[in-house]
Design a binder for this molecule. Structure first.
Ligand code: ZN
Length: 220
């Protein structure tokens, strides 16, 4: 299977799907994306956030960094054509296509502490917990620092008064983001299990992921 991505209104890029994965509601996934490969994150039902992390496959201490990316692109979040930068201040992942246009690069992932503050007495899955779970095969059980995620489809508007709020993800069924890896990466994604605020529409659903490569034959 292949898809075509509109690069700039003038050129189409055809990509072959190398592998595809369904991340069940509230769960996580991690996989390798090699330099030159692409990753597509899809919201199949709409209104579902996907917390996204990318780590240097050779060095877990280097990762996609929200704060380094924001200062590099001089905006809240990179747009198609711009790259996420790592905490070592180099581009590691370029945004190629984005059918939604609303994402968050400001707020923390949900974690065990967030759910404890709701007063829950039982364990609740979280994006930070999902990250640690799916990273185990790559980096072991070391309790590493959880970087701030790229919260795909996260709707956290910044008001003129400096307010930062959150609302339902505006993604429609099939909305997607395509990114290209500049270096070998381990990518982790959490289908956000947050069901106590509107960020995922009060009802967590699944997320689809594809790893892709440029097709041998490109559109003329
Ligand atoms: Zn979450």
């Amino acid at each position: 299977m292949s898809i075509e991505v509109d690069l700039n209104g003038k050129m189409l890029l055809r990509l072959d799907v190398v592998s595809s994965h369904v991340i069940p509601p509230m769960m996580g996934w991690a996989g390798e994306v090699k330099a030159g490969q692409f990753i597509r994150v899809i919201d199949p039902r709409g209104r579902q956030c996907a917390d996204f992390w990318a780590f240097n496959a050779e060095d877990i201490d280097e990762h996609l960094s929200a704060m380094h990316s924001r200062v590099w692109v001089n905006k809240l979040c990179p747009v198609p054509g711009e790259s996420f930068h790592s905490n070592h201040r180099r581009p590691i992942l370029q945004v190629i296509a984005d059918s939604c246009g609303v994402h968050d690069l400001l707020t923390a992932p949900c974690d065990e502490h967030r759910y404890r503050l709701y007063g829950l007495k039982h364990h609740h899955r979280s994006c930070a917990g999902n990250l640690r779970e799916v990273m185990e095969p790559y980096f072991g059980t070391t309790r590493f620092y959880v970087p701030q995620p790229f919260n795909i489809f996260g709707n956290c508007p910044v008001g003129r008064d400096g307010s930062v709020t959150n609302g339902p993800a505006p993604s429609k069924p099939g909305d997607h983001v395509v990114m290209k890896a500049w270096i070998d990466l381990v990518v982790a994604i959490s289908a956000c299990p947050q069901e106590f605020n509107p960020i995922s529409g009060w009802y967590p659903t699944e997320v689809l992921v594809e790893v892709l490569e440029p097709s041998a034959e490109q559109p003329g």
